[in-house]
Design a protein. Structure first.
Lengths: 305, 226
């Protein structure tokens, strides 16, 4: 009995779908626009996260010690910095390495080579390259370098302030995100209105059939179910159509994003493939819930069974 | 079979549909409810298949008190009461067979039983040769016979016919009347709502006359007198 009814509910839902083909197309289009906006926000989130991460990867503090600084002071500084949870990495460049690097950099410059020969010994001291987990942690790291154990052995600290850049990225992203959310809200609202009116029109078109169904003893659930199923079907078609647009667009966009990230792939498609079930599953559940709620409201108002 | 006690139906703000109706219809009876337009005949019919709920009084059908019937129970009631209307209420895009099968499909009847039952009822209404026709290709009398066939698929204990001959000529009306009598002979209680004088006089069965929403006469072997 349940299977038979389910089969017939499915059949009636498909009939509704085909018989109101253009109405179905409009509804699907609006649902698609909503989903596309949501996916644009997802892509935007991912890309800005990667952009911030890329900037943060490049941010570092270079700490230069005097050539005469004892090794214990450098070791103390390294140990202390590594014990701070906000520090991601501390790279040690010894005095000899610094000299080699300097020579390599100025290999063709005779004046500098001669000057070095005149000095006779290594004028460079050891240095540290400190990377933080987040840009905002640099204040704390700079503060840590004021530790009296090694403060006086530090000749210079070189810190380019990327905080402004990151803050600007975050600010712009936040504005775009808010705009996207507002746009999604508008599309969603239009989609709800369309679904509501689709059902209303569908009820109007089928009022005779519904009246006869009720007359000959169809249960309330049997009358309502095809409309609810039709909306789930429309949501599913909208999702599949969105996927058909999103994936090729991502494939086309990824190399372009890569150009801005120094030729590296940013893993956008990987991200969608790894989290696809979650991203699109949630979108489907959300969309189906919204369409079902608006269908329920329309039926409550216009279908007194 | 059917019992109404002090039943009134008042539509807002204060329009009387029927007022203080009390009647009892025995199983297998054939009862005509007559009266001029606006006297409450159709309201009374609607109360019987729960399209309307009474404002006051109680209604019982087959021992089932349907006075305050719940929404989810209405389909169960309608599978026990066949209903026929003046405008046939057939689906124009479905064939004769499909229209009748539809009543069984929506109540979850298995396909095999539908294949067994539909030809039987088509045979009763003498339309076995027109199963593939659409309502638009039928005469008024034939369309009404399809509607009657559809009302019979659940083997109802009661058949309520609301002006079934209203759209038909004398010949077709006579055929419908004969069909209703035949159904009544099978044991189904028939409640015929009509204002067709000839039909009522031909029947020579119980006649309940309404006027102003009230019963003004109830005669065992009556005639149309207004």
């Amino acid at each position: 009995m349940f299977l038979i009814s389910s089969y017939r509910v499915g059949k009636f839902a498909l009939q509704n779908f085909w018989r109101n083909f253009w109405l179905s197309v409009i509804t699907i289009t609006m649902l698609m626009l909503t989903l596309l906006t949501v996916n644009i926000i997802v892509v935007l989130n991912y890309v800005t996260d990667r952009a911030i991460q890329a900037v943060e990867d490049r941010v570092e503090v270079s700490v230069y010690f005097y050539a005469t600084s004892p090794q214990t002071a450098v070791d103390n500084a390294v140990a202390y910095l590594r014990s701070i949870s906000q520090v991601r990495n501390v790279q040690v460049i010894t005095a000899d390495e610094a000299l080699t690097q300097f020579k390599d950099r100025h290999a063709g410059d005779e004046v500098i080579t001669k000057s070095l020969e005149e000095i006779g010994n290594n004028p460079f001291g050891p240095s540290l390259v400190v990377k933080a987990k987040q840009v905002s942690d640099f204040d704390l790291i700079l503060e840590a370098l004021e530790n009296p154990q090694f403060r006086d052995q530090i000749r210079e600290k070189d810190f380019s302030n990327y905080q402004d850049i990151v803050a600007r990225i975050k600010d712009t992203t936040q504005r775009i995100r808010m705009f996207g959310l507002a746009l999604s809200g508008v599309f969603l609202f239009i989609a709800i209105l369309i679904v509501f009116n689709t059902v209303r029109m569908s009820l109007f078109i089928h009022r005779e059939e519904i009246g006869i169904m009720k007359l000959v003893g169809a249960s309330n659930g049997f009358v309502r179910s095809p409309f609810l199923l039709e909306m789930i079907l429309l949501s599913l078609v909208a999702l599949v159509a969105t996927l058909a647009i999103v994936y090729p667009s991502l494939a086309a966009l990824e190399p372009k994003f890569g150009y801005y990230f120094g030729g590296e792939t940013i893993g956008l498609i990987d991200y969608f493939e790894k989290n696809g079930w979650e991203i699109f599953g949630l979108q489907f559940v959300g969309l189906a819930a919204l369409t079902l709620i608006s269908t329920g409201l329309a039926m409550r108002k216009y279908l007194k069974v | 079979m059917i019992s109404l006690k002090h039943v009134s139906k008042i539509y807002p703000p204060n329009v009387v549909g029927v007022e203080a109706i009390s009647l009892h219809i025995k199983p297998g009876e054939f009862v005509s409810i007559v009266g001029q337009s606006g006297t409450g005949k159709s309201t009374l019919a609607k109360l019987l298949f729960a399209e309307e709920r009474p404002t006051r009084g109680t209604i019982e059908i087959g021992g089932w008190d349907i006075t305050n019937i719940r929404d989810h129970e209405v389909p169960l009631l309608r599978r026990q009461i066949g209903v026929v209307f003046q405008d046939f209420k057939l689906l124009q895009k479905k064939t004769v067979y499909e229209n009748i099968a539809f009543a069984l499909q929506v109540s979850g009847t298995p396909a095999k039983r539908i294949r067994d039952v539909v030809p039987l009822v088509l045979n009763i209404v003498n339309l076995s040769d027109k199963t593939d026709r659409y309502p638009g290709q039928l005469s008024g009398g034939e369309a009404q016979r399809v509607a009657i066939a559809r009302s019979l698929v659940h083997q109802p204990k009661v058949l309520v016919a609301d002006e079934p001959t209203g759209n038909l000529d004398t010949l077709n009306a006579g055929e419908i009347l004969d069909l209703l009598k035949k159904i009544n002979e099978f044991g189904t209680t028939v409640v015929l709502v009509t204002h067709d004088r000839d039909i009522v006089n031909r029947l020579k069965r119980r006649v309940i006359t309404l006027d102003g929403g009230k019963i003004v006469s109830d005669v065992e072997e009556g005639r149309y007198r207004l």
